[in-house]
Ligand binder design. Structure first.
Ligand SMILES: [Zn+2]
Length: 236
């Protein structure tokens, strides 16, 4: 497992000699906002890509747009209506209440296959742009047990995409092994706090955040353990 001290940030001055372009999956949440900042230090960001999949917290898309605009990054929203049509989880079915995770079970916010589809579509978009580096905020530490956030899933997907599109894709997951507190510290170190003030984490889609849903609780725990104030709360 990597520790936070092993994160290497490429100095901005190096970008002139390595103008590799990347595509960042930007949900509008805190983790993907941190990843966009991380990517800007290492790559020329060709595009930030947000999926409109019928998520219950619709203003996440607005948050993503604001974060990309603030950073001057080209932004695209791609519609996918299949997850909402499938239903069966509380993220796309507003009739289902968000429930906390019960022992040994996935939370009812799990959207089966979501990251597999998102990253496959991101790769398809990147392919068209001539981009081979993809950045996503998936994380297997402190996560809710989502199997499509695991490093092994991403490694397998990277291989599958390479075979399926005959292109050498690289999936970068800078937060994969970080705890939420370590992600917060990373965000602070790379100047991502102003973007976190625009991000949305709440499963209820509330601004100010509801503070009681599992996602709000996890975010609050991360900031508390990092010993830093959440800029979202400072502005709400
Ligand atoms: Zn909430």
């Amino acid at each position: 497992m990597r520790g936070k001290n092993e994160i290497r940030i490429t100095p901005v001055t190096d970008l002139a000699t390595s103008p590799t372009r990347c595509l960042v999956v930007l949900s509008g949440g805190a983790d993907s906002a941190i990843c966009l900042h991380w990517a800007l230090l290492r790559f020329e960001v060709a595009e930030a890509l947000t999926f409109d999949y019928g998520q219950r917290h619709r203003n996440e898309i607005t948050c993503a747009r604001r974060i990309a605009m603030r950073l001057g990054v080209p932004h695209r929203v791609l519609p996918i209506n299949s997850f909402a049509a499938l239903g069966g989880n509380s993220l796309v079915d507003t009739d289902l209440p968000v429930r906390s995770q019960e022992a040994g079970q996935l939370p009812n916010t799990f959207v089966p296959g979501r990251n597999l589809i998102f990253i496959t579509l991101a790769a398809a978009r990147a392919y068209g742009l001539g981009v081979r580096d993809l950045v996503t905020g998936v994380c297997q530490t402190d996560y809710s047990g989502y199997p499509d956030c695991r490093a092994t899933t991403m490694q397998a997907l990277e291989k599958t995409l390479g075979l399926g599109m005959d292109a050498e894709f690289r999936i970068h997951t800078p937060l994969m092994q970080l705890t939420k507190a370590e992600s917060v510290r990373l965000a602070y170190a790379i100047g991502a706090f102003p973007s976190l003030a625009l991000s949305l984490t709440c499963y209820e889609g509330r601004q100010p955040a509801c503070g009681i849903c599992p996602s709000c609780v996890l975010r609050a725990k991360g900031f508390a353990e990092a010993g830093l104030p959440d800029p979202l709360l400072a502005t709400s």
